[in-house]
Design a binder for this molecule. Sequence first.
Ligand SMILES: [Zn+2]
Length: 265
Amino acid sequence: MPELPEVEIRRRYLVAHALHRPILRTEIADPTLLNGASARSFRKALAGHALVDTFRHGKWLFVQAESLRWIALHLGMTGNLRVIETAATMPRYVRLRLRFRDGGSLVFTDPRKFGEAHLVENVTAFLQARKWGPDPTLDGFDRDAFRERLRGRSGVLKGILLNQQVIAGIGNLYADEMLFQCGLHPDTRASGLKPRTFGALYDAMMEIFEASIAVETRYKELPNRFLLRHRNYDGLCPKCRRPLNITTAGSRTTYYCPTHQRRRG
Ligand SMILES: [Zn+2]
């Protein structure tokens, strides 16, 4: 499932390949993608306009058209964006296609159909209406802000990290990585953590986001010390080479090292 780094890579891809190409027409192959919004107004907001700007907040990707309207895209579990130059290379599972006047197309593919597209006038209002938490990579967010968002919350740390209304962008894989890097058991409760542990979690989050974006989320190219490289059924802990445990925390499948991630409290 795409998390913050995956969506950021898609955003950079759009900047490189999809901007400033006037749109001839929009084909909505699967209207359920629009969540009840009018397909006609969607097409009208894009017809004749090029895409000119992008923005990302957590796992939401926003693309602005010259009409000043934004498309808000959520990739769900399997959503992807591709620019194709000829129809001969059209991928399967296309839910939305923006045909450019120059013959190319931007397509949104999504086999599992959990993705969403919305037509948005005001990005800030859109995020506020969903009570979305801050994006940790945007300006102004730091270690102190991270601690303020998390401290005093009840429940296991992993569930809190996955809650998009606390912090936007962390998903299952990156939450596991943060806990691993900090030696925290997945069942650790947030309420008893020391300030320096919040600081360590923040540092681990920023480090893995940066490292993952640097390799365009190809986990096999990450340095060996990251759990993400070893997070599979026969995976071994990169620190002690012992088998990783698989459990459920925060209602999600969780990988951890029973030696390096001890229960506290
Ligand atoms: Zn270990």
